[in-house]
Design a protein around this ligand. Structure first.
Ligand SMILES: Cc1cc2nc3c(=O)[nH]c(=O)nc-3n(C[C@H](O)[C@H](O)[C@H](O)COP(=O)(O)O)c2cc1C
Length: 199
């Protein structure tokens, strides 16, 4: 499919067919695509947790506000987390970034208020969400981005310390009777001339 067709086909799925499982190769491809996501100064401040274990997924579903049902139905839940312990993350930076980028980050860290630095790091993780949603539909998979999760509970369930969940992506096959399919509910967007300027 071409990019426009992919954009028209992708939708935030509200109901999944829980009998349909994702082929393993597609899951492995999603992992690699996420790993290749771009970020400012190649900082890569993320962790992607792929959850298919039914017991763990069900616990996470219970900590997901209005999203419980779809997480239980979808075959896969990907949790997107940002570096939380900045001292632990410094070791990652020191190990993986070349000197010039490391110096750039260290300078940002020195000059930016900590809260702003954390916002900047989180922004990078949202780029990976766009990459992940686009990859999912290109692989013929439906998905739902979800900020409606309880990060502290997720951390406990997943035994996380150094990273903190920001949002999650349910992935699977939309149910045929999902009322939100674009065939049933056309996409609602602001007009092109409102959001795109051509100079
Ligand atoms: C960052 C982000 C967080 C979202 N959180 C939720 C969520 O918690 N639950 C949900 O059902 N939809 C969630 N959505 C889906 C949006 O409501 C949806 O993308 C928007 O209404 C446009 O519809 P479409 O994705 O079907 O084109 C989220 C979308 C984004 C990008």
């Amino acid at each position: 499919m071409k990019p426009l067709e992919l954009a028209q086909t992708r939708y935030s799925t509200k109901k999944y067919d829980s009998n349909k499982k994702i082929p393993k190769e597609k899951i492995e491809e999603l992992k690699e695509v996420l790993r290749l996501s771009p970020s400012s100064i190649n900082i890569q401040p993320w962790q992607f947790t792929f959850v298919q274990d039914e017991e763990v997924k069900s616990k996470l579903a219970d900590a997901s506000l209005q999203n419980t049902e779809k997480i239980n139905q979808a075959d896969l839940l990907i949790v997107f987390s940002v570096a939380e312990d900045l001292d632990a993350f410094q070791k990652v930076v020191d190990t993986h970034l070349p000197e010039a980028l490391r110096d750039w980050y260290n300078n940002l860290k020195k000059t930016m208020p900590k809260a702003e630095l954390r916002v900047w790091l989180a922004r990078q993780v949202y780029i990976a969400l766009g990459v992940g949603m686009s990859a999912a539909i290109a692989l013929d998979l439906d998905s739902t981005p979800m900020e409606g999760i309880e990060p502290e509970k997720y951390m406990k369930i997943l035994g996380m310390n150094d990273y903190k969940p920001l949002f999650a992506l349910a992935v699977g096959y939309g149910a045929h009777d999902d009322y939100y399919r674009p065939e049933a509910m056309p996409k609602s967007r602001r007009p092109l001339e409102d959001v795109v300027q051509t100079i």
